[in-house]
Every structure is written in structure tokens, then in C-alpha cells.
Design a protein around this ligand. Structure first.
Ligand code: KBB
Ligand code: ZN
Length: 262
């Protein structure tokens, strides 16, 4: 598979991904609409424990679909454990999904209502698998911690990320991004919903244990607008396309149960 044949436009967006990625029509696809009254309280679900204090961020990049911050994942220096997870999962990267000006852009919705944006912290099961690539193809290979963003006051730490966005305006750009600890992006409560799902972009592998925090974090419209100055296209491409609405809409639950921590 050379190059990237999918996007978020009319011709290459989520409604046609199934043509090249038939798993898009599968039984454990993500995102989903979470209906709180239909979630099941599971008292055996312990707290989720993100342990990022020895994390090593490396760079920030524009991959033509989102802005991504990558971490050193050659050992267990930053992991998430507990909750529905049987093993610690290593932090690999985080990225965002967002909408257009004045429009929601989260992937998961709650009671049919979307948030302005959604942050995904992507982790992989290095106990059972030897690489992220191998884990990403395995049913218990990945754990993604999802955090909703709502608009309000400036987020005290998000500026560290938005200040770097001008350096990665175009697809394929990457720049150093050291000493960033994503702990500062977590809300105060770690209460969560969890369910078994998939990557929300091609290849859409059904390998993700989703852990969605119930409490959103607050960012300002001005901070969010900075994400929209990114572009889907590379610098040398003629067609300039603002990076926004890079989210997949909710997919059928297909009989899955969403569990609630409490
Ligand atoms: N949006 S996502 O967290 O499901 C995701 C994470 C990856 F590492 C790769 C593809 C993805 F779609
Ligand atoms: Zn994502």
C-alpha cells in the first residue's frame, strides 16, 4: 500500500473508507455514541493509572490527518495501567481530532452530543507484542485514553502545543518537542467509560481498548483556532486545505456494552 488514499473530504472521507478498508463495516468499530443510561456499572473495574512522570517526548509532526506528539517507547518509562487493562500499555503518541469554526469535532459522542475536540493518548501492549505495529493488529494490542475538549477559558498548558503548531503547518513537517508531560492535559477526575473498539482512521484495526474520561478539559476558542491553521496538504501541493473536521462519526455499537468505572 503506497501512500495515503484516504482523508476526510467528500471523495475520500469516512463514508467511502470501506472501499479500501472493508473492516470499516466490522463489528467493533470506533468511535461510538455513548448513552450514559445504557452503560453498565462494573464494580470490578479499578481506577485507571496513567504513569507519565518519566515520559520522554521526542517530536511533534503533521501527518496529513492530525498533529501528533511522539514519545520514546523502547521501555516502560511511561505507561497506563489498571482499569480494564491486564498489562501496562506503553505511551506511544498523542494527537487530536477537531471540527470547523463553531462546529463540534469530537469522535465519540455522549447521548448524541459531540464535544468541540477529542484528544487521544495511544498506548500499546509491550508485554505481549514486540512492536506497536504488531500490537496494532492484535485484539488486545492497543489502549487509547480519550479526553473530551470543551470551549471556555484558555487551557493553562495547551499553549505549549499551540505555540509549536506553526512549525508543523504542512503534511510531512516534524520538529523537536522535548520535555512535554501529557499529565498536564488530564482532567481532575479519572472516572471513565470503556469498551472494545478500533482505530478511528484507516487501517481501522479492531485492536483498541477504549478508555474515555467522563470529565472534559476546557480550552479556549482561540487555542482551538490555532489547530485550524494546520493544513492537510504538503507545502508544495497547490491545493490548500485547512486541517479541520478530521473526525470519524459514531459507528454502530453492534451489541457491545460500554462499561462505566463509576
Ligand atoms: N484515532 S486513534 O487513536 O484511533 C488512532 C491511533 C493510531 F495510533 C493510529 C490510527 C488511529 F486512528
Ligand atoms: Zn485519534
Amino acid at each position: 500500500m503506497t501512500g495515503c488514499n484516504w482523508g476526510y473530504g467528500k471523495e475520500d472521507g469516512p463514508s467511502v473508507w470501506h472501499k479500501n478498508y472493508p473492516i470499516a463495516l466490522g463489528k467493533r468499530q470506533s468511535p461510538v455514541d455513548i448513552i450514559p443510561d445504557e452503560t453498565v456499572r462494573d464494580f470490578s473495574l479499578g481506577p485507571i493509572v496513567p504513569d507519565y512522570d518519566r515520559c520522554t517526548s521526542v517530536n511533534i509532526s503533521n501527518n496529513g490527518h492530525s498533529v501528533v506528539v511522539e514519545f520514546v517507547d523502547c521501555d516502560d518509562r511511561s505507561v497506563i495501567r489498571g482499569g480494564p487493562l491486564d498489562n501496562p500499555y506503553r505511551l506511544k503518541q498523542f494527537h487530536f481530532h477537531w471540527g470547523g469554526k463553531g462546529h463540534d469535532g469530537s469522535e465519540h459522542t455522549v447521548g448524541g452530543v459531540g464535544y468541540t475536540s477529542e484528544l487521544h493518548l495511544v498506548h500499546w501492549n509491550a508485554i505481549k507484542y514486540r512492536s506497536f505495529r504488531e500490537a496494532s493488529k492484535s485484539s488486545d494490542g492497543l489502549a487509547v485514553l480519550g479526553i473530551f475538549l470543551e470551549t471556555g477559558d484558555d487551557h493553562r498548558w495547551l499553549h505549549v502545543i499551540t505555540d509549536a503548531l506553526y512549525m508543523v503547518k504542512y503534511k510531512g513537517s516534524v520538529t523537536d518537542f522535548k520535555d512535554f508531560n501529557p499529565r498536564c492535559l488530564l482532567p481532575s477526575s479519572l472516572h471513565y467509560w470503556t469498551y472494545l473498539g478500533s482505530l478511528t482512521t484507516p487501517p481501522l484495526y479492531e485492536s483498541v481498548t477504549w478508555i474515555l474520561l467522563k470529565e472534559p478539559i476546557t480550552v479556549s476558542e482561540r487555542q482551538l483556532a490555532m489547530f485550524r491553521m494546520l493544513q492537510f496538504n504538503a507545502e508544495e501541493e497547490d491545493e490548500r486545505m485547512r486541517m479541520e473536521n478530521n473526525f470519524r462519526p459514531p459507528q454502530p455499537l453492534e451489541g457491545r456494552t460500554v462499561l462505566s468505572s463509576n
